[in-house]
Design a protein around this ligand. Structure first.
Ligand SMILES: Cc1cc2nc3c(=O)[nH]c(=O)nc-3n(C[C@H](O)[C@H](O)[C@H](O)COP(=O)(O)OP(=O)(O)OC[C@H]3O[C@@H](n4cnc5c(N)ncnc54)[C@H](O)[C@@H]3O)c2cc1C
Length: 499
């Protein structure tokens, strides 16, 4: 029976794993080991709506201390400067599959050149506002929303929470890992027998969580678990990151994803800082040339740019023997949809659920479920990102030509085929994509319609229907215009002692 769990890594993956296990299985003895010398990756600043769902709904963590500790801003989705339109919006809401009274088709069919927003959330994004104003002047903070969070603030807040829920944190570096056969309910398997710290201490446990980031000390190095590469769909492998202190720029309620010559750039909105990063493919551009383009397009950069290298892949199994990998130690997909924290939340909650339901004696079928379910999370993300690369016609550089010609769509192929035949019809919603797909029909339609991918069923509404659509659009736009922006919302919450 699993009673003692050691978590290697004190980044957001290790800390979220520790907090999730402590909250859901309070009888477990939890120890987290992290090296302050190695430190954390220090990037990862946009979430999806899965993060607040995990933290507040699943873990039932109080909201106010989170705002006080982390000082997030709100993110309603992503503004894409991508494809032939000047811009389009990807939201966490269901704006493409909703049925709207008085219209014969689903909204995607009306997304013509003039349409910037399809529903209330994309309208808020277009107007730069974030929440409707309640009669008492406070913001109506409602799902689905996500956050922009500075990684350092998140990690130090999560550390406080982990200590408060009873996790023991040891500062120390794992120097050696002793492997050998370990007993699991599946029989005897290769696993980790002990960790030996630089101090000489030997650490044993019933279960090890590998949250050691790209070093993947246990799953990758010690157990040499095979990996599945995504390099035939995702060609980028580096990012250069910098930013500047905010002056009078409005705090935008979305991440911006902008097409660049050899990849794309994000803009993430913190209260006092704007974080910019250029994700590029080193097969197409040198670090120096990428930095030159990044600086030329962002002359206001004031912090020293740093380059982070990465590979897009996942481990074939994320639970192997007595080791479970969480976060970057188990796989990585570039941050175009900012999904890493979401995957960490899913990994940690499925781990806690498996331990709870198996009474801490995980059966082979539950371990197999864990592996298949979490592999699906990574693969779904790869599939969805592939659609971003395959159909972006904005630039004609060698990088983008190659993306359009060679990106493998993987599991997205059926969804794309259906769209090419049927356009933004939603009749196959719930049939093509499994319910656990994180992006869903709405996500795919947002990207396919947003990028103006031609399809076989263009729809021309009658003049009356077109006029009604325009009226609806104007009404939604006017409501969004009167909503609160992020600065106002923060001021109200701060005044009320929230942050
Ligand atoms: C360019 C880029 C942009 C990103 N943007 C986003 C984003 O917008 N949204 C998002 O959700 N995610 C994003 N991510 C991913 C995100 O950064 C990570 O998924 C997240 O921070 C989790 O990191 P981690 O905890 O797995 O690893 P890390 O933060 O690297 O932590 C690893 C931990 O393991 C410890 N460790 C390692 N080896 C040892 C050892 N031998 N002994 C002791 N301790 C050890 C380290 O000290 C550290 O505490 C981005 C990633 C990159 C590269």
């Amino acid at each position: 029976m699993i009673q003692e769990v050691v978590i290697l890594g004190g980044g957001s993956a290790g800390l979220l794993a520790a907090i999730t296990l402590a909250k859901q299985l309070p009888h477990l003895k939890l120890r987290l080991i992290r090296s302050l010398d190695i430190g954390v990756i220090g990037v990862g600043e946009g979430t999806t709506a899965a993060f607040p769902r995990h933290f507040f709904d699943y873990l039932k963590m109080p909201v106010k201390p989170f705002y006080q500790g982390v000082q997030p801003t709100w993110k309603l989705g992503i503004r894409f400067l991508w494809g032939p339109r000047e811009e389009f919006y990807y939201t966490f809401a269901k704006e493409y599959t909703q049925e709207i009274e008085g219209f014969s088709r689903r909204p995607g069919f009306y997304h013509d050149e003039e349409t910037t927003w399809l529903g209330p959330i994309s309208a808020l994004m277009a107007k730069g506002t974030v929440f409707p104003r309640k009669p008492d002047g406070t913001p109506q903070i409602r799902p689905p929303h996500a956050y922009h969070i500075e990684n350092e603030k998140l990690v130090s807040y999560l550390e406080q929470v982990a200590r408060a829920v009873g996790v023991t944190i040891t500062d120390g570096k794992v120097d050696q890992v002793e492997t050998g056969p370990v007993n699991t309910n599946g029989g005897s398997e290769l696993g980790v027998k002990r960790l030996i710290l630089e101090s000489g201490e030997s650490v044993t446990a019933d279960l090890f969580v590998d949250a050691s980031g790209f070093r993947s000390e246990l799953l990758g190095k010690a157990l040499a678990v095979p990996q599945v590469t995504y390099s035939d769909s995702l060609f980028c492998d580096r990012a250069v990151i910098a930013g500047w202190s905010r002056t009078n720029e409005p705090i935008l309620p979305y991440t911006t994803a902008e097409t660049m010559d050899h990849g794309w750039a994000w803009q993430i909105e913190h209260e006092n800082f704007i974080n910019r990063g250029y994700v590029y493919a080193s097969n197409f551009v040198s670090d120096d040339a990428a930095l030159e383009e990044f600086r030329r397009k962002n002359p206001q950069l004031s912090t020293e740019p740093r380059v982070v290298k990465f590979r897009s892949y996942r481990c074939e199994k994320m639970w192997s023997g007595n080791v479970v990998g969480i976060g970057n130690a188990s796989g990585f997909v570039e941050p175009l949809e900012a999904t890493a924290l979401q995957i960490i939340c899913v990994q940690t909650s499925t781990l806690a659920d498996v331990l709870m339901d198996s009474l801490c004696e995980p059966t082979p079928s539950l371990v197999d479920f864990y592996n298949r379910y979490n592999a699906g999370q990574w693969d779904d993300t790869r599939d969805f990102l592939a659609v971003h690369y395959k159909f972006n016609t904005r630039l004609d550089t060698p990088f983008w030509q190659t993306c359009r010609a060679d990106t493998r769509l993987g599991g997205a192929q059926q969804m794309v085929d259906s769209y090419l035949e049927n356009g933004p019809s939603t009749l196959l919603n719930g049939i093509i994509l499994p319910p656990q797909n994180s992006f869903g029909f709405d996500g795919y339609l947002a990207m396919l319609v947003g990028q103006c991918v031609p399809h076989g069923k263009p729809y021309r509404p009658s003049p009356e229907e077109a006029a009604r659509w325009k009226r609806r659009r104007d009404e939604i736009g006017a409501a969004a215009e009167g909503a609160m922006n992020i600065r106002e919302s923060i001021q109200v919450l701060r005044h009320a002692g929230w942050c």
